[in-house]
Ligand binder design. Sequence first.
Ligand code: SF4
Length: 301
Amino acid sequence: MTRRAIELNARATGGFEGRVAHAVAVLQGAASDHLGRIVQTTSLGAEDMVVTDLIARHGLPIALATLDTGKLHADTLALIPRIEAHYGLQVERWAPPAEQVLHFVQRHGDLPMRQSIELRKACCALRKLEPLARLLAGRSAWVTGLRREQSGARGTVPFNERDDQGRTKLNPLADWTWADVWHYIEQHEVPYNPLHDEFFPSIGCEPCTRAIAQGEDFRAGRWWWEDEAAKECGLHLKPQSAAAPAAGTERSEAPGGFGSAQAHIGAADVKDARASGRSQNEAAKQAALHVSHTETKEATA
Ligand code: SF4
């Protein structure tokens, strides 16, 4: 099996051990502050695998959850049982409401994202933002694998911030380099998506991710037909309102926001999805805590 991503990227650089220790401290503090109400929202990419490994290695009480958009690569889906077997932890899978997806596909076809940016964002709102809202309902903190180096829009990502709902959002790898990520993966034999060995540095849904060529930008393979400025799905944009940062944090200047991203989409389908999502979210707040972690969490189930 090729380990090309490790061979190409893993490199020990100055300050690595300090960055690892700081990431662990961020996670430990958050796990203690938000006991039973904190979740890692893993994209199943390399950074998130590092975060999962840190959580497991240090026995931190942080739940693991991912968005099963219905459009993930087979290799990405196959990573979920690998994680569960490797760490003995369960990964919650949160899917969009099946009826809404059916309606959306019937109306716009299987590749609406290629028709317009509005339909691409509508697809992201339905398949990602709606299940994310249910995933986070009842939780006070979430953990991501965002790094400042990933893109210009992420260049000021802080370690600790507040999302537009007032939850704490932790980005423990904010100051890590790509070399750090792969050095850690090599050191600790962390399982990872084999697509990384095929020149997919950033992995999203199958129709919206391609391999990149040498010298291309880190996120060049995501929504490559769009302008650079539009290339976020809404999961990690800052609120437009001046939400107060969590104590002791830096501020991000990235524009937009989870709520504002939805508000700016405008397509009728998104309104449908948002309306549906709101009502389902209320029910989900009551029900989510009682659903088995191994069960796919569909609103229509
Ligand atoms: S990344 Fe592509 S397939 Fe996935 S939700 Fe967004 S537009 Fe839809």
